[in-house]
Design a protein around this ligand. Structure first.
Ligand code: GLP
Length: 262
């Protein structure tokens, strides 16, 4: 696990965008796993800027989103499909045919989840997967207790997640109680996983995910077993890490050997 601590949300977002840009330039038809939530917004903004100002080309990029609320239509302003269009997809030259987001209105949920997994496999697997983290340590919508081998499925949201996400809805009652999410096992198959966290309210989850035991109680802790994970944090999110100074030292040493950005 590589831990990169940035001085601000802005710096963190730009560093994460740079990593994605390097991947897309190296492999123009990269398969990129995308996340929603407020955390990756700065990364999406910077990627859109790179597209506009530096010609970063998304024409062949294929994307798979982590999750979608169950019961929300794609044009519902709180659906993740709508979020992705507004905050990223419509700002770059991505081919709509290459965009995959779980179907929140699927009639046959199980079949649609199996199909989602198959389309990831058919695309050759995910090259780089962006992730945020919930305050309860979830990734995607894999709430505490989710199997670390879980696949794409319908998940009942935890109360904490429902109240955290209520800020985007008119009232608590409107927050969906279910979501379709890639499983921890699905996420784990990505070749490179990039987790972003910002703000002191994420610092406990970050500490448990990185330095705590691997447990279904904190589904992000499964990432400790993955061979290639990069965690981007701002200072506030990194605040409770026991080895924070060591992680910074490691990064400064990587600069010395010219491995700062890779
Ligand atoms: C939701 C999403 C997660 C996201 C989390 C944190 O639960 N399903 O993918 O990481 O929210 O969101 P935020 O970045 O807004 O704190």
């Amino acid at each position: 696990m590589r831990i990169r601590i940035a001085s601000s949300y802005f710096e963190m977002s730009n560093a994460a965008a740079k990593l994605i840009a390097v991947q897309v330039r190296r492999k123009p038809d990269s398969v990129v796993g995308l996340a929603t939530g407020s955390t990756p917004l700065g990364t999406y903004r910077e990627l859109a800027r790179m597209h506009r100002d530096e010609g970063l080309d998304f024409a062949e990029v294929r994307t798979f989103n982590l999750d979608e609320y169950y019961g929300l239509a794609p044009d519902h302003p709180q659906s993740y499909r709508y979020f992705m269009n507004e905050n990223f997809l419509r700002h770059v030259n991505i081919n709509p045919k290459n965009v995959h987001i779980p179907n929140g209105l699927a009639k046959d949920i199980e079949a649609s989840c199996v199909e989602y997994e198959a389309s990831i496999r058919d695309a050759g697997g995910i090259d780089v997967q962006l992730l945020g983290i919930g305050r309860d340590g979830h990734i995607g919508f894999n709430e505490p207790g989710s199997s670390l081998g879980s696949r794409t499925r319908l998940k009942t949201l935890a109360q904490e997640t429902i109240s955290d996400n209520a800020r985007f809805f008119k009232s608590l009652d409107e927050v969906p109680r279910f979501a379709i999410t890639m499983g921890v096992g699905t996420i784990f198959e990505a070749r490179h996983i990039v987790l972003l966290a910002s703000g002191v309210e994420k610092s406990d989850a970050v500490k448990l995910a990185i330095e705590g035991p691997v447990t279904t109680e904190i589904t992000a802790s499964a990432l400790q077993l993955h061979p290639r994970v990069t965690v981007f944090l701002d200072e506030a999110a990194a605040e409770k890490l026991k080895r924070k100074d060591y992680y910074k030292y490691v990064e400064s040493m990587r600069q010395v050997v010219g491995q700062g950005d890779v």
